[in-house]
Design a protein around this ligand. Structure first.
Ligand code: SF4
Length: 202
């Protein structure tokens, strides 16, 4: 049965800071709870489901609509640990485009206009469905080993999927030049930067 309430850590209207849709205005809904626990996570306060306020889906959607936003990013935490059918259906019925940011570590639910998949090698998606459905594959790179992981992920993705490499924010700055070299040799990949961190906006 679909959830009537979801645990919300925060919601705010800003710009998409990274990935293919960078720079586009979007309302962010950050759900609480994450099963992945990346060592370099920049939102560890989202890991515990109890850190979120349980809110009615109707209220969450009304707030998004009131901002005048055209796009909504569902993020976390790992949003797919929740059933997103009801939230995304209601958002779309209000005319909003709905985007997902996920690691793919839980089954896909919901209806989306854009899926950005950022898989983590310590908690891989169980099957290829999310790879095939993803509009964008975004691999975070902190060491040269991650280029091998990125190519493995590319092998699971659909042919039309946008392929992005994003330097891990606190990684050694040498990794940036290694990413540039890799993309020059593998031009099907592109660079993604966390522009919101450079601009100090959320
Ligand atoms: S999947 Fe995202 S929220 Fe979860 S630990 Fe990794 S970076 Fe943090």
């Amino acid at each position: 049965m679909a959830e009537k309430r979801l645990p919300i850590l925060e919601s705010f209207y800003s710009l998409q800071g990274e990935g293919y849709n960078v720079g586009v205005a979007a309302y962010f809904i950050r759900l609480a709870g994450c099963n992945v626990r990346c060592p370099w996570c920049d939102t560890p306060n989202s890991w515990d489901i109890a850190s979120g306020e349980l809110r009615k889906i109707e209220d969450i959607v009304n707030e998004a609509v009131e901002t005048g936003a055209k796009n909504v990013v569902i993020t976390g935490g790992e949003p797919l640990i929740h059933n997103l059918d009801e939230l995304t259906t209601l958002l779309k019925s209000c005319g909003l485009k709905v985007w997902l940011e996920t690691s793919g570590s839980a089954p896909l639910s919901g209806v989306f206009d854009w899926i950005c998949l950022s898989p983590k090698k310590w908690y891989l998606p169980e099957n290829d469905e999310i790879f095939k459905r993803a509009n964008e594959l975004k691999v975070v790179v902190e060491s040269e080993e991650d280029f091998i992981f990125a190519q493995e992920c590319k092998g699971r993705a659909g042919g039309q999927t946008i392929l992005s490499l994003q330097p891990q924010w606190s990684a050694d700055e040498l990794i940036a030049s290694k990413i540039v070299d890799f993309i020059k040799q593998n031009p099907e990949w592109r660079l993604s930067l966390q522009t919101h961190k450079y601009l100090n906006i959320r």
